[in-house]
Design a protein around this ligand. Structure first.
Ligand SMILES: Nc1ncnc2c1ncn2[C@@H]1O[C@H](COP(=O)(O)OP(=O)(O)OP(=O)(O)O)[C@@H](O)[C@H]1O
Ligand SMILES: [Mg+2]
Length: 237
């Protein structure tokens, strides 16, 4: 870790189960993982191993059964409800696996939501959202509704929404799964730009080997554990 780097995320023995009795599923069985600022970390592993559960917990959207998660030095479990809400809205950008766009809002309006939640005026929020949509090759679709878009187009709106408020931590669940090579590269370049800014960090869940070259580190997950973390040779810095 260089002098400018610090811990963005520190997960200690995080456990999370769903359901009860016979039907109980242990999604996280004691995850320990550290993510540095100034870096992009990939999270890979087979379907059902707990990737979405882990990043949801890191983003403060899911409370672990035990263990601790510290983000930028603050323990999520010690945050008041109000502080946690502010953390989710202001500090985190999240790209959901299923996009979660609002069907009644246009692309620009969807992408501007985080800024609107933070109280910024519509004009400013829409301008910033439009800029990001342009960078993602969505200029001509800005005013369309999600229901009229392809999967890859919806995915790009979801990425713009995650970045629009310039969050310190961006967490993405398979952000390139619906994108072709060119659009996938544009999306990863944007994410990489953010990761390299001072004090920022990006975590990307992926099955897409085309994006390995954008990342610094790769964490391999299996059956609710992190098996190992290794450095990647970053070509796209
Ligand atoms: N809300 C939930 N209720 C019950 N079980 C859940 C819930 N969310 C996740 N699980 C279970 O927890 C385990 C981990 O799920 P998770 O979604 O984290 O996997 P994943 O690694 O993201 O998989 P994929 O690559 O398919 O997206 C799975 O067995 C899943 O069925
Ligand atoms: Mg998942």
């Amino acid at each position: 870790m260089s002098a400018a780097q610090a811990l963005a995320v520190d997960c200690r023995d995080v456990v999370k189960g769903f359901g009860s009795g016979e039907a109980r599923v242990m999604a996280l069985r004691g995850v320990t993982l550290q993510v540095n600022t100034g870096e992009m970390t990939l999270l890979v592993g087979p379907s059902g191993c707990g990737k979405t559960t882990l990043i949801s917990a890191i983003a403060g959207m899911l409370t672990p059964d035990s263990g601790g998660i510290r983000v930028f030095g603050e323990d999520l479990e010690r945050m008041s409800r109000r502080k946690l809400t502010a953390f989710r809205a202001g500090t985190v950008g999240f790209v959901f696996q299923q996009f979660n766009l609002l069907p009644a809002l246009t692309c620009v309006e969807n992408a501007s939501i985080p800024l609107r939640v933070l109280g910024r005026p519509a004009g400013e929020a829409n301008r910033r959202a439009a800029e990001l949509l342009d960078r993602l090759g969505m200029a001509q679709h800005r005013d369309r509704f999600p229901g009229d878009l392809s999967g890859g187009q919806q995915q790009r709106v979801a990425i713009a929404r995650a970045l629009v408020h310039d969050p310190r931590l961006v967490v993405c669940d398979e952000p390139t799964a619906s994108l072709d090579a060119a659009n996938g590269q544009a999306a990863m370049a944007l994410l990489r730009e953010l990761a390299m800014k001072d004090g920022r960090a990006v975590i990307v869940v992926t099955h897409d080997e085309r994006i390995y070259r954008f990342a610094d580190r790769i964490a391999h997950m299996a059956d609710g554990h992190i098996e190992n973390v290794s450095d990647l040779e970053t070509a796209a810095a």
